[in-house]
Design a protein around this ligand. Structure first.
Ligand SMILES: NC(=O)c1ccc[n+]([C@@H]2O[C@H](COP(=O)([O-])OP(=O)(O)OC[C@H]3O[C@@H](n4cnc5c(N)ncnc54)[C@H](O)[C@@H]3O)[C@@H](O)[C@H]2O)c1
Length: 323
């Protein structure tokens, strides 16, 4: 079952999870070609330690011809597709860029994967495609019922890759990770907002009453899971990636404040996000059978993340100004 694919195209490799995947890939001896349009969320600084070991193309996946030139030149064996518009709040304000990148961009990649006979495509989806849950854990066979524009585009992309598998034999495997956290996450996301606001003694915005529940997955564990699926995942299969570590948002905020020695008076409740999913949680036994399980506990991972953001406030401020 083990398949070592040497040369891989990684879309969105300058993003939060994609860059962790690239750093691990270089360490593991893969030849990596990154395709990323360096949107507001992309940053080559994340790849500075491995920059001389990879090839980088600043290309938008919605631009078919430029994208094809990369495939023609590089002749990759496989592709891991992370590139996406990823912020739910932005999708609520304007869904169009999400349609362009997450749906049309994915379709371009599907067509090129078929045309250039790639041996495998790993499509990075999200647990958000299941919609919200109140109890139990989503299994890969559960229906997808996205409830916000971001997750609707991610679900659409899944349907397209699956249709290409059935129609043209695209050897695609889909993964659905839960909420990632860790180093280099863009400052607009939940944990970076909490940490950087708290560090500056600024109000920490919490949607509603903070009752929503998220399942936290360290980015290094997520990237390692994607390698497991790249090497051992069966085309046509879907694999959840999770931890079963769940926390209410308000408890996550309080935990971080405590670790930083800050008071809970910084917590500021703001009107809830429209259509805010209450809880996501996934069953990942299927992936466990391929030999993966998470290694970083939330206790250790959150401390490491806080330390990183404390040290890298200048990057956070730069990114905030840039967007
Ligand atoms: N972060 C999470 O908690 C999480 C959870 C589950 C699934 N995912 C999925 O994982 C993937 C990566 O998420 P992330 O958090 O690293 O996102 P991110 O926003 O940090 O990175 C996305 C990357 O894609 C690039 N990109 C955006 N539009 C592009 C385009 N048109 N052409 C080329 N590149 C483009 C950006 O420049 C950026 O480098 C996404 O597909 C996302 O849906 C993320």
């Amino acid at each position: 079952m083990y398949q070592k694919l040497h040369k891989i195209i990684v879309t969105g490799g300058a993003g939060f999870i994609g860059s962790e995947f690239v750093r691990q890939g270089v360490k593991n001896g893969y030849r990596i070609v990154v395709v990323d349009n360096l949107s507001y969320a992309g940053d080559l600084a994340r790849l500075k330690d491995v920059r001389s070991h990879i090839k980088f193309y600043k290309v938008d996946i919605s631009q078919r011809e430029k994208l094809e030139a990369v495939f023609r030149k590089e002749k990759p064996e496989a592709m891991v597709h992370f590139a996406a518009e990823t912020h739910v709040d932005r999708s609520i304000k304007d869904a169009k860029p999400f349609l362009s990148t997450n749906i049309l961009g994915t379709q371009n990649l599907i067509e090129l994967a078929i045309k250039y006979s790639l041996k495998k495509m790993v499509h990075i989806s999200t647990d958000e495609v299941y919609g919200q849950s109140t109890m139990g854990w989503f299994k890969e066979t559960d229906p997808i019922q996205p409830r916000n524009p971001y997750s609707a585009t991610k679900a659409s992309a899944e349907l397209l890759v699956n249709a290409a598998r059935v129609t043209y034999g695209l050897p695609v495997v889909i993964v659905r990770p839960s909420n990632n956290y860790g180093l280099w996450q863009y400052p607009e996301k939940f944990l970076p907002v909490i940490i950087s606001s708290a560090l500056k003694d600024q109000p920490i915005p919490v949607y509603g009453k903070g009752a929503q529940i998220r399942e936290w997955l360290h980015v290094s564990d997520c990237a390692r899971a994607v390698f497991t699926v790249l090497e051992k995942g069966k085309p046509g299969e879907v694999y959840n990636i999770g931890t079963k570590f769940e926390s209410r948002n308000i408890d996550t905020v309080k935990r971080i404040l405590k670790l930083l020695g800050k008071g809970e008076e910084l917590i500021t409740f703001v009107p809830d996000r429209p259509g805010h999913d209450f809880r996501y949680s996934v069953a990942w036994e299927k992936l466990k059978k391929l030999g993966w399980s998470p290694r970083v506990s939330f206790k250790d991972g959150i401390q490491q993340t806080i330390a990183w953001y404390t040290k890298n406030q200048a990057w956070v401020e730069k990114k905030k100004k840039g967007s």
